[in-house]
Design a protein around this ligand. Structure first.
Ligand code: TXA
Ligand code: MG
Length: 319
């Protein structure tokens, strides 16, 4: 299957059936989840999975998240070690990904986990993604539906702009409710490591799993959140400080700015709007010939940790 311009599918029974048929035939479909849009392929089909890496321009060492409809399906693929069961019971379906030992004979294409003995598993809550997973009856590999290193997609329009020609279809279910990627944890016998801050706040996780060991050491790339530059717009991004005339400003809370993450200072709204606002700021900066985008930092609590994490990485200069 090759795509010059993608099929645009509505998130109704017909569109979902078409998405399932394309995935079943080894195609790539951009699918909605409650966090961000995913670039999906059948996780048991190595050739289809290889097309994901090609479409994203993604380094082959960076493994993909496997999406399943429920905990029972997860147990068939991975060993639920340490507090994994408790975390899954508490937060699945939802914005949580667990990195767990891969079971022999799981059928997952080796390319998905990039040769690691572990696999990242997630049970998404979005009803359309749930319908796709149940319709296909196979696990789905899906990284965020953006070019490698660039801003994640939270609308079908973002996907079309970033990946258009490389995907067979886009299943459009409107904007994503959470807006930042899932929180990634590696639960193990000696505690739970935090691999990426995300849509499930750390405070909620620690209430179930106890204190987390932050494992965000730069240079040890276990999750993409650990790559230095990521989520970046095309125009340089600066975090914090007063905006200059030749910059596009993005605010948080009261105060004048070109765009805002949340006028009322609400972190849930800011997360949901984050990537859309960055896409819009990028377009505005190009239109005006602005030298940079200056974004306000948000409070370092709850979803604010994931938002600041994405902004700091987007602000890393291109090397
Ligand atoms: O919300 C999300 O997590 C979205 C939606 C589509 O589910 N997906 C997403 O995928 O953000 P992606 O590929 O952009 O980030 C997932 C990251 C991988 O890049 C990888 O670094 C990490 O999860 N990962 C996957 N498998 C892993 C493994 N076996 N060990 C450690 N990290 C892993
Ligand atoms: Mg990503």
């Amino acid at each position: 299957m090759s795509a010059s311009s993608p099929e645009l599918l509505k998130a109704d029974a017909e569109g979902i059936a078409r998405a399932v048929a394309i995935l079943g035939a080894g195609g790539l479909v951009a699918v909605p989840t409650e966090t961000v849009y995913g670039l999906a392929a059948d996780a048991t089909d190595g050739r289809a999975v290889a097309r994901i890496f090609a479409a994203k321009g993604r380094p082959a060492f960076n493994p993909l998240i496997v999406h399943v409809p429920d905990l029972a399906a997860a147990r068939e693929i991975a060993e639920m070690t340490g507090p994994a069961e408790a975390l899954a019971e508490a937060f699945w379906p939802g914005a949580l990904t667990l990195v767990l030992p891969l079971r022999a004979g799981s059928g997952i294409a080796p390319l998905v986990s990039a040769g690691l003995p572990t696999v990242a598993l997630r049970v998404p809550a979005h009803p359309v993604m749930q319908a796709v997973l149940r319709g296909l009856g196979r696990p789905v590999a899906a990284p965020s539906a953006n070019l490698s290193g660039r801003i994640s997609a939270t609308t079908a329009g973002h996907v079309a702009d970033g990946l258009g020609g490389a995907v067979d279809a886009i299943l459009d279910a409107g904007p994503c409710a959470v807006g930042v990627e899932s929180t990634i944890l590696a639960p193990g016998p000696s505690g739970t490591r935090l691999l990426r801050e995300g849509g499930l706040p750390r405070e909620a996780v620690e209430a179930v799993a106890g204190p987390l060991t932050a494992d965000l050491t730069p240079g040890r790339i276990e999750a993409p959140g650990q790559m230095e530059r990521h989520y970046a717009p095309g125009v340089p991004l600066i975090l914090g400080g007063p905006a200059r005339k030749d910059e596009v400003s993005v605010g948080f809370g009261p105060g004048a700015a070109d765009l805002t993450l949340s006028a009322t200072g609400d972190l849930t709204e800011a997360a949901a709007r984050l990537f859309s606002v960055l896409h819009d700021a990028d377009a505005l900066a190009r239109a005006r010939g602005a030298r940079a985008i200056r974004v306000a930092e948000v409070p370092e609590t709850g979803l604010g940790r994931a938002i600041n994490d994405r902004l700091r990485r987007a602000a890393v200069p291109e090397s």
